[in-house]
Design a protein around this ligand. Structure first.
Ligand code: GCB
Length: 662
């Protein structure tokens, strides 16, 4: 919902268009082509201009969206998807705070603009942080319909859409111009939060000087981070599908609920197809249960010889409209699996699951947080090479294509919201909570059907010992559970077991710790005692399973010191080994996972603690292994052997470089 954000927006904020968004109505199905649906990607080069004016509002004052952006002044070519920060040579753009403007023209197929039975939707995968979308159309005569406001959205990391059918179907059309203004300013009430620090001492700073401060440890990359696309549906269409699954002996149960828009009179048929395309169950109507005898379950990677089995749910809609019958088709991958938590175990399909994996970031050279297929495929190849069976989307929801690959490869996901850096009491206020609840709704709506997602994490390292944290997390977790009763909910803490006011409400305790890194520098000999005490205190207090959700050490690839010194590859290995000794004891009791911080080095704000970013990766930012990657690889494959649940005598082995070796 659009709200005036105290302070920050007053200087950098949007012109309020007076139109709150009905964000949470309707579905957010991933746009897939089908017999009734087409899609057109608008990725590539866009025109771009940052508003460097003092108040950052010149773009709105001069209405840059009313004419091609290049007429407003100099523009740059900007790739989409990408962050804008690192592609240029202008240092001012790298650290820019305020409004930037993206624009491109799209030519639409004639039938999209002439067939009133077609619904045309503009979808933006992620615009960080605040976006206003304006569209203009050019008629055959070369006459532009002035910019029409089509959407606004708060928050990067999650998609939003606008139905632009009316706009593109009101006469012969030659072009559609799309302008997206994006503001990356973070306030105490955004998610993640931040503050703007104004410097008023004119003996030290120029007039009007300000910087953006944050309490999280990654660079606040901004821009159009994921694909922008247009897609079509018929005017009566399948708007949303919710799937939950269960298992009764060897019968897989697929519960479905389908939401239709654009017609009240319709028939629905659903078919569940196996991997060979054979229908194994079928049903009719908007909700029901499909039963699959001898179902192939969705198993995590390295837990079964055929992990990640995916069925396809084919939904067929026939709707009656004033103009006659309309059909829509949508196919959704479905994994049949169960998730449950006991006092000391995390169960997938009734079997104990141990998370041996990583924390990641969406981060790479040049593109920043921009989606990139080669990078994604490389990362999944590395994960499988490593023998990792899980990751956490630290510290925000990742691209939908990432989640799809997790479903396909059996990589289990703890899906985390952008609730990171919640450090001030202000950010635990009702205003923040309200927004956080909405973000969870958007996130659950987007990711609810991924079998890979086994748990929601509502936040990372919030100030959970501050007084308002109790109510905040109680409400947030209850809301998330109400949205999705089928998955456990957690948040990741670094508070002490005595002081944390949010942990009473979580299903699994996720704890970060950096023994011998952020204190007791260089003294790895204290790790075992401190870590064991940490686990024992948490377990004694709560009797809930625990995940070591972060641990690690800053390591500059190529630095070697023996005996180990901080920042060397040997220190990283040594520190990990100390952790593993304790994890190996406690995983026999109640510790259900270990996630290294971090998969790869990543960019952060500049500070004396960070040498061009955070170097706790076991891979470099360019995805080359440090020594610790080999150590973890050996460990993870060994752990995989212990959690192998199938009857087959052949167990997974880490041989050579193939991630597929069994
Ligand atoms: C943490 C944070 C993570 C940081 C990491 C570090 O506890 O959750 O965002 O990057 O520590 O390296 O300090």
């Amino acid at each position: 919902m659009l709200r005036e954000r105290a302070g920050v927006w007053a200087v950098l904020g949007p012109l309020l268009w007076g139109c709150g968004l009905a964000l949470l109505q309707g579905g957010m199905l991933y746009p897939r082509e089908s017999r009734s649906r087409e899609r057109k990607e608008l990725d590539g080069l866009w025109s771009f201009r940052a508003d460097f004016s003092d108040n950052r509002r010149q773009g709105f004052e001069q209405q840059w969206y009313r004419a091609p952006l290049r007429e407003s002044g100099p523009t740059l070519d900007m790739p989409v998807p990408s962050s804008f920060n690192d592609v240029g040579q202008d240092g001012r753009l790298r650290s820019f705070v305020g409004w930037v403007w993206y624009e491109r023209e799209a030519t639409l197929p004639q039938r999209w603009t002439q067939d009133l039975g077609t619904r045309v939707v503009l979808r933006i995968g992620s615009a960080h942080y605040y976006a206003i979308v304006v569209s203009a159309t050019s008629r055959a005569s070369g006459w532009w319909v002035n910019g029409v406001h089509v959407a606004e959205h708060e928050g990067g990391h999650l998609p939003f859409e606008a139905d632009i059918s009316k706009l593109v179907q009101s006469g012969p059309l030659s072009f559609c111009r799309i302008t997206i203004a994006i503001n990356n300013t973070l306030s105490p009430y955004t998610l993640p939060p931040g503050t703007i620090l104004y410097q008023t001492d004119t003996s030290k700073y120029p007039k009007g000087y300000f910087v953006q401060n944050t309490n999280f440890d990654f660079f606040n990359y901004a821009g159009l981070h994921r694909s922008v696309l247009l897609y079509t549906t018929p005017i009566s269409y399948i708007d949303d599908i919710t799937i939950t699954t269960d298992v009764d002996r060897d019968i897989g149960l697929v519960n479905y609920q389908i939401f239709i828009q654009g017609s009240e009179h319709f028939q629905l048929e659903v078919f569940l197809l196996d991997e060979d395309g054979r229908a194994v169950a079928q049903g009719t109507g908007g909700q029901g249960q499909l039963q699959v005898p001898r179902a192939h379950l969705w198993w995590p990677y390295l837990m079964h010889e055929h992990p990640a089995y995916l069925y396809s749910l084919e939904v067929r809609l026939t709707a009656q409209t004033a103009d006659g019958p309309v059909s829509d088709f949508y196919t959704l991958p479905v994994g049949i699996r169960t998730v449950a938590v006991t006092e000391s175990q995390f169960l997938i399909n009734g079997k104990p699951f141990y998370f041996h994996g990583v924390n990641k970031h969406e981060d790479a050279d040049i593109r920043g947080k921009g989606f990139d297929w080669p990078l994604l495929v490389k990362d999944f190849n590395l994960l499988r090479w490593l023998g990792a069976n899980a990751f956490r989307t630290s510290h925000y929801p990742y691209a939908e294509e990432v989640m799809q690959l997790c479903d396909r490869y059996g990589i289990v996901v703890i899906d985390e919201s952008p609730g990171v850096g919640i450090a001030l009491a202000q950010s635990l206020s009702n205003m923040s909570l309200q927004h956080h609840l909405e973000v969870m709704e958007e996130m659950v709506r987007r990711d609810k059907n991924h079998p890979a997602v086994v748990m929601w994490s509502v936040a990372n390292e919030p100030a959970s010992s501050l007084k308002p944290a109790g109510y905040y997390f109680k409400t947030l977790i209850a809301h998330t559970k109400a949205l999705d009763p089928s998955r456990p909910v957690t948040f990741v803490t670094k508070s002490s077991y005595e002081a944390d006011l949010g942990v009473p409400y979580v299903d699994v305790i996720c704890v970060n710790s950096y023994y011998s890194w952020y204190h007791d520098y260089g003294h790895m000999e204290v790790i075992q005692l401190q870590l064991a005490t940490q686990f024992e205190n948490w377990y004694r207090t709560y009797q809930k399973p625990i995940i070591q959700s972060e641990y690690g050490a800053e390591t500059i690839a190529g630095f070697h010191q023996d005996p180990p010194l901080m920042f060397s590859e040997e220190y990283q290995k040594g520190l990990l080994e100390q952790y593993h000794l304790v994890l190996d004891q406690k995983r026999k009791e109640y510790v259900v996972g270990e996630l290294i911080w971090n998969f790869a080095d990543f960019m952060t704000d500049q500070s004396p603690q960070r040498a061009i970013g955070n170097r706790k990766g076991i891979f470099t930012r360019q995805r080359q292994p440090k020594s610790a990657a080999f150590l973890l690889r050996e460990r993870y494959w060994k752990l995989a052997n212990e959690t192998w649940h199938h009857q087959s005598a052949v167990k997974p082995q880490c041989v050579g470089n193939s991630p597929f070796t069994f």
